[in-house]
Design a protein around this ligand. Structure first.
Ligand code: ADP
Length: 683
């Protein structure tokens, strides 16, 4: 009881509800054209049910009480039934409203908005179908019991039921919309207002013409009614339905409507009128719900599209998509901004195709096209690093990755890719490499200086002794008479000292040679591949192409892997240095093949060629500003320590080829079974 009191609605609202209820009774009364029933469309029923659907359940007793007041006023003013009969009929009406609201809320949950097909169907079946049956039963029984206007139960029931159902269908949707959007601002644009006005005029015209009999068929109102439902959803449907009901009432009361007739056919015509309004309401509400559902789905789709777009645009990567044939179909704004594409380019992606060739660095274009064509042909993921021209004309290193998006049959629908600006990484790596090179050079120089000092120190002692003994020997020989015996002793000492100096030198040479134990039996193919991989980045940076051609089934050779790699890297780097100043093809080749009982490796470049072929292998011979002149000397000593030879030849018309041989390992098995991938041709 306390809870009911606590949930008391505001008196203003209760008062407005009573007023609305009485007004509904008046409308029902004027449309009651069948003699003896007084009622054609029970509009208060719709208002009552909509109010309960929105009010909290504990407040329902208040609304039921207010409804009773409204009903009694209506009875007093227009229907004049005896009080007990009026109260009984109100019980039926209240039960209808309570049952209808409760059932609809139970199926759809709160708040009831009639926005989905499920809500509309629940409302139509439960609120406008089943609930009015309660009121029709109680009301018709009351009429028959009190013998009001000589009505029988069976004659009154259908008219009552369909009258209440129509009232619910026509009034409840408008009431729901008005109550729920009372404070909401109308968000109609000017164009929509124009459309609404045009629609209103057409609707009024067609309704007036059809109901007054100028047009043959009342249902001709359907197109404008459905137009309102499709374009303006529940509100459009609800407003047009009320207007339709009012126009129908006006024409029927004035006798002009197709639904007005002589007393004999009036009953039949009244059912036709109720059916007309009920069918119109049903159709309009269902169409409005479908339209709303469609709108919500479109809205949801747009929202998810927007959030997807936001995601794409805020990711720290440049996104693009291409058709299965590789033609660009989408560039994210970030990517367009990076490249400097305008809105027109993005809208018309065919323009992009022409521009792409121009923005990829010319040196990288062929490789990019080749790899992308390969991915398009095979469907394999694409990954490539190359330079791309930014909007300001600067070439930046980027990493592009793309993968195919396939449908359920496996067919490629589109290519999705990302483009990452890796310029800073590449630059940092280059700086690091340069620093490492400088460090290596510095430590090489330092250890060379250290080595020279120790050689000088070690060799200096025997040399000093040799000089001293030579002087002494000379003195003994020049003495008169010459002391041959003593001079001979000095010469023996000189020989001893010279031998120990030679020992020092041979010890130092031994330091350069790796131990024989680190050597393994292998084919050169894998060593060459490793050296090529090690130099690949430097080659790309210095824009030099490497053509590697390794004969298949090379025999095994015994080698120190690290030392032979050192030789290869030295010769490759010398070749690159030589081509730095060259203007022609920046290509050098590495060719490996068997020549009798040796494996021969040729490293040729397109540089200016060797100017001093006899001297370049001498230690400390260099023509480079910062060269040390030890590289080729060390290479030769390594190759010779492997039992091979290293020499240089000049090419025609220009360039040099450095050739070294390594003896075939006679003790090893046939290589084909042990070495995989000896045929190693790459560029
Ligand atoms: P560095 O590279 O420190 O000068 P090297 O012993 O490796 O020492 O080379 C000695 C010299 O041989 C170089 O200074 C250069 O004049 C010459 N040389 C080496 N490789 C080539 C080449 N591929 N083409 C022309 N000259 C070369």
């Amino acid at each position: 009881m306390i809870s009911v009191w606590l949930h008391r609605p505001r008196f203003l609202h209760l008062g407005l509800f009573v007023a609305g209820y009485v007004l509904g009774c008046a409308f029902a009364n004027v449309l009651g054209i069948v003699p003896g029933t007084s009622i054609a469309i029970w509009t208060p029923g719709g208002l009552f049910m909509a109010t309960l659907m929105l009010a909290s359940t504990p407040s329902w007793p208040w609304w039921v009480l207010a409804g009773c007041v409204g009903e009694l006023i209506g009875q007093f003013l227009w229907f004049h039934s005896p009080l007990p009969a009026s109260l009984l009929m109100y019980v039926g009406n209240a039960l209808e409203a309570v049952a209808g609201a409760w059932l609809v809320i139970r199926v759809c949950g709160r708040p009831v908005r009639l926005e989905t097909l499920k809500e509309v169907l629940a409302f139509v079946v439960l609120g406008a179908g089943i609930a009015p049956a309660i009121s029709a039963t109680v009301g018709s029984a009351t009429l028959a019991w009190f013998d009001i206007k000589s009505q029988t139960f069976t004659a009154a029931w259908p008219l009552w039921w369909i009258g209440d159902a129509t009232g619910v269908l026509i009034v409840a949707p408008l009431a729901l919309d008005v109550f729920q959007n009372w404070h909401g601002n109308s968000q109609l644009s000017a164009a929509r207002w124009v459309e609404a006005s045009v629609l209103g005029l057409i609707f009024l015209g067609v309704a007036a013409l059809s109901l007054s009999g100028y047009l043959p068929f009342a249902y001709i109102i359907m197109p404008p009614l459905l137009w309102a439902a499709v374009r303006f959803e529940l509100r459009g449907a609800a407003v047009t339905l009320i207007v339709l009901a009012l126009i129908t009432a006006v024409f029927t009361i004035s006798g002009a409507s197709q639904f007005a007739g002589d007393p004999e056919s009036q009953r039949q015509r009244q059912i036709m009128l109720q059916l007309f309004l009920a069918i119109s309401a049903l159709s309009a509400l269902i169409v409005a719900a479908i339209s709303r559902q469609h709108q919500l789905a479109v809205l949801k789709l747009r929202q998810s599209e927007r959030s997807l777009r936001d995601l794409v645009e805020t990711l720290p990567a440049l996104i693009w998509c291409a058709a299965p044939d590789g033609k660009p179909i989408y560039f994210s704004q970030q990517l367009s901004g990076f490249i400097g594409f305008g809105d027109q380019d993005v809208a018309d992606t065919s323009r992009i195709v022409n521009v792409l060739d121009a923005i990829i660095h010319p040196d990288d274009l062929a490789a990019v096209k080749k790899l992308f064509a390969h991915s398009l042909a095979t469907g394999e993921p694409y990954a490539q690093k190359h330079r791309l021209r930014r909007f300001d004309g600067e070439y930046r290193w980027v990493e592009i990755r793309a993968a195919a998006m396939r449908n359920s049959d496996g067919a490629i629908m589109q290519w999705n890719g990302v483009c990452l600006d890796i310029e800073d990484q590449v630059r940092a790596r280059d700086d690091l490499r340069l620093a490492q090179e400088n460090l290596a050079r510095a430590s090489q120089a330092a250890s060379l200086a250290e080595l020279s000092a120790s050689i000088a120190h070690e060799v200096n002692q025997p040399l000093a002794a040799i000089v001293a003994n030579s002087h002494a020997g000379q003195r003994w020989l020049m003495a008169a008479p010459p002391n041959i015996e003593r001079a001979q002793k000095r010469i023996e000492r000189i020989i001893q000292d010279a031998n120990s100096a030679a020992d020092v030198v041979s010890h130092i040479r031994a330091l350069f040679k790796h131990s024989i134990e680190t050597r393994t039996s292998t084919t050169l193919a894998s060593v060459i591949a490793e050296a090529r991989d090690l130099m690949a980045e430097e080659a790309a940076r210095r824009r030099v192409r490497m053509d590697v051609d390794v004969e298949s089934n090379l025999p095994f050779v015994t080698l120190d892997r690290v030392q032979i790699q050192q030789v290869l890297i030295n010769l490759i780097r010398n070749g690159m240095d030589a081509m730095d100043s060259a203007t022609g093809d920046r290509v050098f080749g590495i060719r490996v093949r068997r020549m009798g009982d040796v494996v021969q490796t040729e490293i040729s470049d397109h540089g200016p060629g060797v100017s001093f072929p006899d001297r370049i292998f001498e230690p400390f011979f260099t023509t480079k500003e910062h060269g040390m002149g030890m590289g080729l000397a060390i290479c030769r000593s390594i190759v010779e320590s492997h039992g091979g030879r290293l020499w240089a030849e000049n090419n025609e018309p220009h360039g040099a080829t450095f050739i070294f041989t390594l003896p075939v390992d006679a003790t090893a098995d046939a290589p084909a079974s042990r070495a995989a991938g000896n045929q190693n041709r790459a560029s």
